[in-house]
Design a protein around this ligand. Structure first.
Ligand code: EPZ
Length: 426
C-alpha cells in the first residue's frame, strides 16, 4: 500500500469549469515517435504526470535530451545512440513498449524488456509481434528481453489485426512509416489517440491515410526524410469523462474545457440515457442533472464503442441509479476490482464472468478503500465525494500516473479532498 492517500469528505457537490490536460495515452506515443526524427521536436499540452516522467527517463536512457517547459516537452533525439530499453524502466511503465516500433524504424533493431501484466489483465503483446513480423522483423526472447532484428530490412505488408489493439496499431505505424513500400493495417484501432499519432507522424514527413478508420494505409519513406516537428497533444478524453461522471453524480453543472466532444460521443450518449443534460461546444462539454439517475446497460468496446477506461466511473453512476444496470467489460479480462472496493462503500453489485449486475443503492457510505488501477482510483475519489461520511483512498500513486493535479481540480469544483501521507484519523 502506497504511503500517500486522499482524504475525501462526503456529501459534497461538484460544479464549475475544469481545464482538461493533454491526453496521457497520446503523449506517451508522441514522445516515442520523436525517436524517428533526428533533432528537436516540441510536444505541447503534455500532462505533468508520473507516466510522462518515466517515458522521459526511457528516452534519456536512449540518449535523447528531454526538457519540460511548462506543459511542453522539448525532445532532442540527435544523440540517441542506443536501441535498448531495460527492465527497470519497462517494469515501471508497460507503455514503454511503445518505443519498440520507432527503435526498429530508426536502427533496424531493438532490445526492449518484455512488459509484465498489471491488475487489469495480462496485457499481452502477441499482436504487436505478429504485426511487426509481417513487416520483416524477427524476434527472439532472451531472458525476458525482446530482441528485434530486421535482416532483410522493413518491408510494407497487408496486415490484419486479430483485435483492434491500440498498442499494436501504434507500434506497427511507427515501423511502417519507414518500411520499403506500402502497408495496410486492417482492423486497426480507431481511437482519437491513434489519429493524433498519425497527425504527428505526417507532420514529421510520413505518408499515412485512413487514420481513425479500421483501414490505415502507410506509404513508407526513407528514415532520412523524417524530421522533427512541433505538435500539440489532443485533450484527454478519459480525464474529461471522469470529471463529467463527477458532475453527473452530484448534479453539476460541470464543464470540461479543452476537449473535442466528438471523442466522447458514446459516453455522452450514456450520460443522457442516465438522465443527464449534456451540452457541447467546439472544445467543451457541460453536464448537469435535475432528476434521479436512471439505470442503463454498458458494453465496453474499442473506439468508437464505450471506453473501458470509463467503465469504473460509470459503474459508480449505476450504483446510485434507479433500477438495474448490466455492465459488460469486453476489453480487459480483469477490470472489475473497482466493484469490490465500491461494494465496501455499500454498492449492490453481482459479478458474473465479464458482467457486473449493478442494483442502484440509495446511498454510499464513506470507507477506507484502495486504488487498483488509475481509473478505479479516480472513481473511488468521486465515490467518496458523494458518500456519507469520510473516505480515505489509498495507493493513489496509480492516480498520479494519469491525472495531473486531480485533487486540485476537484477542489476547484467544490470537493473537500486532501492529499495526506498518514492514515487518516476520522
Ligand atoms: C491502451 O492500452 C491504453 N493505454 C489503455 O489505457 C486502454 O484501456 C487501452 O488502450 C484500450 O483502449 C495506453 O495507451 C498507454 P490494447 P493497450 O492493445 O494499448 C489485449 C489507462 O487506464 N491485447 O488495445 O495495452 C489486451 O490484453 C489504460 O489509461 C492482446 O491480447 O490496449 C487487452 O485485453 C488502461 N495482445 C486488449 O487486447 C496484444 O498484442 C486491448 O489492448 C495487444 C493487446
Amino acid at each position: 500500500m502506497g504511503k500517500e492517500s486522499i482524504l475525501v469528505r462526503g456529501n459534497k457537490t461538484l460544479s464549475g469549469e475544469v481545464k482538461i490536460s493533454g491526453a496521457k495515452n497520446s503523449a506517451l506515443k508522441l514522445m516515442a515517435a520523436s525517436l524517428l526524427g533526428q533533432g528537436q521536436s516540441t510536444i505541447q499540452n503534455v500532462p505533468d504526470i508520473s507516466d510522462i516522467a518515466i517515458m522521459s527517463d526511457v528516452l534519456r536512457r536512449l540518449g535523447a535530451s528531454v526538457q519540460r517547459i511548462d506543459h511542453s516537452l522539448l525532445i532532442d533525439t540527435s544523440a540517441v545512440d542506443s536501441f535498448s530499453t531495460p527492465y527497470e524502466l519497462v517494469s515501471r511503465m508497460r507503455a514503454s513498449i511503445s518505443v519498440l516500433g520507432p527503435l526498429i524504424g530508426r536502427f533496424g533493431q531493438a532490445q526492449v524488456a518484455m512488459p509484465g501484466g498489471c491488475q487489469i489483465g495480462a496485457r499481452k503483446i502477441d499482436m504487436h509481434l505478429v504485426g511487426l513480423e509481417s513487416l520483416g522483423v524477427l524476434f527472439e526472447v532472451d531472458h525476458g528481453t525482446l530482441i528485434a532484428t530486421t535482416p532483410d530490412g522493413l518491408r510494407g505488408a497487408h496486415v490484419v489485426l486479430e483485435f483492434p489493439s491500440v498498442g499494436a496499431t501504434e507500434n506497427m505505424l511507427m515501423a511502417a512509416v519507414v518500411a520499403e513500400g506500402s502497408t495496410v493495417i486492417e482492423n486497426a484501432a480507431r481511437e482519437p489517440e491513434i489519429v493524433d499519432l498519425c497527425n504527428m507522424l505526417c507532420d514529421m514527413g510520413a505518408r499515412i491515410s485512413g487514420a481513425g478508420t479500421a483501414n490505415i494505409e502507410v506509404e513508407g519513406v526513407p528514415l532520412s526524410s523524417l524530421h522533427p516537428c512541433v505538435h500539440e497533444t489532443i485533450g484527454d478524453r478519459i480525464e474529461a469523462g471522469t470529471f463529467l461522471a463527477g458532475g453527473a453524480l452530484t448534479g453539476g453543472p460541470v464543464t470540461v474545457q479543452g476537449i473535442d466532444p466528438d471523442y466522447l460521443r458514446m459516453a455522452i450518449m450514456k450520460l443522457k440515457a442516465m438522465g443527464c443534460v449534456v451540452s457541447c461546444g467546439e472544445d467543451y462539454i457541460t453536464v448537469s442533472r435535475n432528476g434521479d439517475l436512471t439505470s442503463t446497460d454498458i458494453q465496453t468496446l474499442p473506439h468508437p464503442g464505450f471506453p473501458t477506461d470509463l467503465q469504473a466511473q460509470f459503474m459508480l453512476l449505476a450504483s446510485l441509479a434507479d433500477g438495474i444496470s448490466v455492465i459488460t467489460e469486453n476489453v480487459f479480462e480483469n477490470r472489475f476490482m473497482f466493484a469490490s472496493e465500491l461494494m465496501r462503500m455499500g454498492a449492490d453489485i453481482t459479478l458474473e464472468d465479464h458482467h457486473a449486475i449493478v442494483r442502484g443503492a440509495g446511498a454510499l457510505q464513506g470507507a477506507p478503500v484502495s486504488s487498483t488501477d488509475l481509473r478505479a482510483g479516480a472513481a473511488l475519489v468521486l465515490a467518496g465525494i458523494v458518500a456519507e461520511g469520510y473516505t480515505t483512498v489509498y495507493d493513489i500513486q496509480h492516480i498520479d500516473r494519469g491525472y495531473e493535479d486531480y485533487v486540485g481540480k476537484l477542489r476547484s469544483l467544490g470537493a473537500d479532498v486532501t492529499r495526506t501521507d498518514a492514515p487518516a484519523q476520522v
